[in-house]
Ligand binder design. Structure first.
Ligand code: SAH
Length: 324
């Protein structure tokens, strides 16, 4: 049976996250430095205040992995913004039972959801790191004057003629990717932020502007592999299309800031000041590791430029920290 690429990707990732410890295959910003989660927690607190400090408020994370980001964020919030901590209920959107078990150890007070739809309505601050890149994509190929869509068959990719027109300039053979799940999340959040005060911050990798190209990638045992490797054996991801993601949120009524490079965003939030402050209390080796972690997140030739930050907010909300 031939399977549309987005259906294959959804199935493959569900199987992968259900059966693997993804962090054996790749690492992520919250696992690199505790300062990442702390700064995002402080971002959430300051943004909450600028929205008028609504109470109660939902503090939500999409795709929390090991729960490290939220645990670091809550520690920083507890110290710096106890009134936000007291007003917040924690909601985690996670499809993998295996990762939910890991998250429950770190954040026992959380409530879990399979998708945003079941998170209660109300004022909300949401964060998501390396979540959007895991969502399924469709791929269209320009062939002559028309388009085909990529399916996965027993022997690899197949192309099927389609009337679906991604409506972009492309030359023969160009691949154009579409992210319907990610865009639907942008619209859902925007609609919520129109009804109630809210803000969402996503950090992920991808270009600033939409462009044709195949960005599907797969990682297994820490190495790049064929994306069509048997479903569940590799982590599949693609570049986030921030331009279309932001445009979808804007069209649904949200204010959008960014995308801006992660390095710039974290530096503005005080990445290096906080890292130095922590490093002063460590032995030289641990201090060097702490500093190295911060550099890895921020340096342009490492994670600082390919990774971007984008924020969606209620209409009329002030510019959030880091996006000034
Ligand atoms: N944010 C974490 C983990 C990133 S890995 C970090 O930065 O370390 C991607 C996470 O998203 C995993 O927790 C995975 O199980 C989850 N995930 C992937 N697809 C999902 C989906 N469709 N719905 C909810 N969670 C999903």
């Amino acid at each position: 049976m031939n399977e549309r690429l987005d259906h294959f990707m959804a199935r493959a990732n569900a199987a992968y996250y259900a059966t693997h410890d993804p962090f054996a295959d790749f690492t992520t910003a919250p696992e690199i430095s505790q300062v990442f989660g702390e700064l995002l927690g402080l971002w959430a607190a300051v943004t909450w205040r600028s929205l008028g400090a609504p109470s109660p408020v939902l503090l939500v994370e999409t795709g929390p992995g090991r729960g490290t980001l939220m645990a670091d964020a809550l520690r920083a919030i507890g110290r710096a913004a106890p009134e936000f901590h007291a007003a917040a209920s924690i909601h985690l959107i996670e499809t993998s039972d295996r990762l939910r078990d890991v998250q429950r150890e770190r954040i026992p007070e959380a409530v879990w959801h399979d998708a945003i739809d079941t998170v209660p309505d109300g004022p909300m601050i949401l964060v998501g790191n390396e979540f959007l890149d895991a969502l399924p994509i469709r791929q269209f190929v320009r062939r002559g004057a028309g388009w085909t869509e990529r399916f996965v068959g027993p022997a690899g990719f197949l192309e099927t003629a389609t009337d679906h027109d991604p409506a972009v300039g492309a030359t023969d053979g160009d691949i154009v990717e579409r992210r319907e799940t990610a865009e639907a999340i942008a619209v859902t959040l925007a609609e919520r932020f129109v009804r109630h005060k809210g803000a969402a911050l996503f950090l992920d990798y991808g270009p600033e502007a939409s462009a044709p190209g195949d960005s599907l990638q797969a990682i297994a045992q820490g190495q790049p592999v064929d994306p069509l490797a048997p479903a569940g054996t590799a982590d599949l991801s693609s570049h986030v299309d921030f331009e279309r993601f932001g445009a979808a949120a804007k069209a649904a009524g949200a204010r959008v800031h960014g995308p801006i490079p992660q390095g710039l965003f974290l530096a503005r939030l005080g990445l290096f000041q906080r890292t130095n402050q922590l490093a002063r209390h460590l032995r030289p080796r641990a201090a060097a590791a702490m500093t190295e972690g911060a550099r890895r997140l921020a340096e342009p030739d490492r994670m600082g430029r390919l990774f971007k930050a984008i924020a969606l907010l209620s209409p009329g909300a002030e510019t959030p920290p880091g996006f000034e």
